[in-house]
Design a binder for this molecule. Structure first.
Ligand SMILES: NC(=O)C1=CN([C@@H]2O[C@H](COP(=O)(O)OP(=O)(O)OC[C@H]3O[C@@H](n4cnc5c(N)ncnc54)[C@H](O)[C@@H]3O)[C@@H](O)[C@H]2O)[C@@H](O)CC1
Ligand SMILES: [K+]
Length: 521
């Protein structure tokens, strides 16, 4: 199972490479349209149902005309509503439309159909082939009104490539879009299938093979990926008999004041469950009794002064640190962050470790850049609010761009958390970027972010590269939540990790899904 996602431009290059290689564009369109018809019949048949195809002015519309013909041939009653007169179509779309022998309505009439009672002229099935990869501006006017009435109708919508109005590149809605129950796309998924709100609008996603060869990807070299185990499984070490706890890495978690001590405790337990050999919570003396009374396997160490904290990092062969969960937004946090970055080969900065620099983000970025330039592995795990505090100038950019620019600015791997977490490595346009798709809605619960920071720290402590550690942590976190029933709380997550880790360990068959939690998200 591959993990590449193709932007609209990259998909255009894949089409072009295939056409140059000798497959006619109309052949690709025929295959695409036939696949759409096939999925409609498989998903909504076998009894023929009335279908209305909404066809736009470009090749997405062309796919719609082909699908209409295949459905009609199979005996389904089909009408096509076109945004432009057939004579105004060009290229492959024109060839496809010219083969349609059935009835054609103007778009203005299509909208009226959705208002009709279901047993009259209202189509129970609508194929949305208005716009796909060529959407270049917000949908307005009559077509926007049509999509609004479609969204309000009970019709089962099947989208061709993307729900029209959804940007394949970033999942944003440009003007208007109607939710689909099924989206049939081609060759590879697009980022917009996995980023919100596109992900929520696309329904079930089917990727059809239209005869484009995987080899075209060598030239295209896509950098955007769906976060799947195939991205990082190789980096997860299997425990070996000669292991001892230091070899599996000592993780230090910075503990905050007593009122917010739960956060560091969650991170520490998650770090252990993710496989760190040793986890120590460093704290001030007023919180010691709380941390010491927590997990027996987690050690505690009082660091009464910043120097004592640094001494701890130096003495105990510390491999990585997690800073920020419940730590406090203050100068002490800034000091511990600075010392951890300067001393350790790896660190996770989360929550307060980021917010503490809201007034001076450049100070933080300089410190991170200095150590990442020397090869330190640093992962930042902000949610949208924390991100906006330290990167206030990026608020208008897409989630992909925000994460990418933040990674470039710092040299760190950036995890922009959310329902569609994005994990970006530095490297400019060539920097790898993964979109996570397996987090269930119930994962949005207090403390879940602390657990994620702990898993990331646990994997860094074991020596994983920053991008692999971050991507694996986000996926494992989602997979652990999927194993847990509704009502899960953050404390349940660490203990669900071992089974998930077992299922994806190196050497397991990547196509197996022994836990039934959906390896693909
Ligand atoms: N040979 C190929 O390149 C293939 C393309 N395929 C299909 O072709 C699609 C891409 O085709 P196109 O590049 O022609 O693009 P689209 O069909 O998505 O749309 C492009 C057309 O829409 C117009 N347009 C864009 N935004 C608009 C807006 N907001 N309001 C009104 N008009 C707007 C553009 O001016 C252009 O005429 C894919 O999504 C896929 O469905 C498939 O048939 C497979 C093969
Ligand atoms: K579409």
């Amino acid at each position: 199972m591959s993990h590449e996602l193709l932007t609209c431009a990259e998909m255009g290059r894949a089409d072009q490479a295939t056409i140059v290689g000798g497959t006619a564009g109309i052949t690709l369109m025929e295959t695409a349209g036939a696949a759409v018809a096939q999925e409609v019949m498989a998903g909504l048949g076998p009894q023929p149902r009335r279908v209305l195809v909404l066809a736009g002015p470009g090749n997405n519309g062309g796919d719609g005309w082909v699908a209409a013909r295949h459905l009609a041939t199979a005996g389904w009653p089909v009408e096509v509503a076109s945004t432009v007169a057939r004579g105004a179509l060009r290229g492959d779309a024109r060839l496809a439309a010219d083969q349609w022998m059935g009835s054609v309505l103007p778009i203005s009439e299509a909208a009226a159909r959705f208002a009709a009672a279901p047993d009259e002229t209202a189509p129970p099935v609508v194929i949305d082939a208005l716009f796909g990869a060529g959407l270049s501006r917000p949908i307005e006017g009559e077509v926007a009104d049509l999509l609004a009435s479609l969204a309000a109708s009970p019709a089962a919508v099947v989208a061709v490539d993307v729900p029209s109005g959804v940007s394949g590149d970033d999942g944003a809605v440009m003007g208007m879009a109607a939710p689909a129950m099924l989206t049939v796309s081609f060759f590879r998924p697009k980022p917009g299938h996995w980023l919100m709100p596109g992900r929520a609008l696309r329904g079930r996603l089917v990727i059809a093979d239209i005869g484009i060869q995987d080899g075209v990807l060598r030239e295209i070299a896509p950098v955007t990926m769906l976060n799947r185990p195939s991205l990082w499984r190789h980096a997860l070490g299997a425990p070996v008999a000669s292991d001892h706890k230091y070899r599996r890495g000592h993780l230090v978690v910075a503990g905050g004041p007593p009122e917010t001590a739960g956060a560091a405790r969650l991170a520490a337990r998650a770090g252990l469950r993710a496989g760190a050999g040793l986890v120590t919570i460093a704290c001030l003396s007023d919180a010691l009794s709380i941390y010491a009374g927590a997990d027996p396997a987690v050690m505690t160490r009082v660091a009464p002064t910043p120097e004592a904290f640094e001494q701890l990092l130096r003495d105990r062969k510390v491999a990585a640190a997690v800073l920020g969960p419940g730590q406090g937004v203050d100068a002490l946090t800034r000091d511990w962050v600075r010392r951890a970055l300067a001393r350790l080969p790896a660190a996770v900065l989360d929550a307060d470790a980021l917010t503490a620099f809201a007034a001076t983000p450049d100070l933080l970025f300089d410190q991170i850049r200095e150590v990442t330039g020397d090869g330190a592995r640093v992962v930042l795990t902000p949610h949208d609010g924390e991100f906006a505090r330290i990167f206030p100038d990026l608020s208008d950019a897409s989630r992909l761009d925000r994460a990418r620019i933040a990674a470039d600015r710092t040299g760190a791997v950036v995890v922009l958390k959310g329902a569609d977490s994005v994990i970006a490595a530095p490297g400019g346009a060539a920097g790898r970027i993964a979109i996570n798709g397996n987090a269930p809605a119930r994962l949005a619960t207090a403390g879940a972010g602390d657990v994620l920071a702990g898993i990331t720290g646990g994997l860094l402590a074991q020596g994983l590269p920053a991008f692999e550690a971050a991507a694996a942590a986000v996926w494992l976190h989602g997979a652990a939540a999927r194993r847990l029933p509704r009502g899960l709380i953050a404390e349940d997550l660490p203990d669900a990790l071992p089974a998930v880790l077992d299922a994806v360990a190196p050497g397991t068959d990547p196509t197996l899904d022994p836990l039934g939690f959906g390896l693909d998200g």
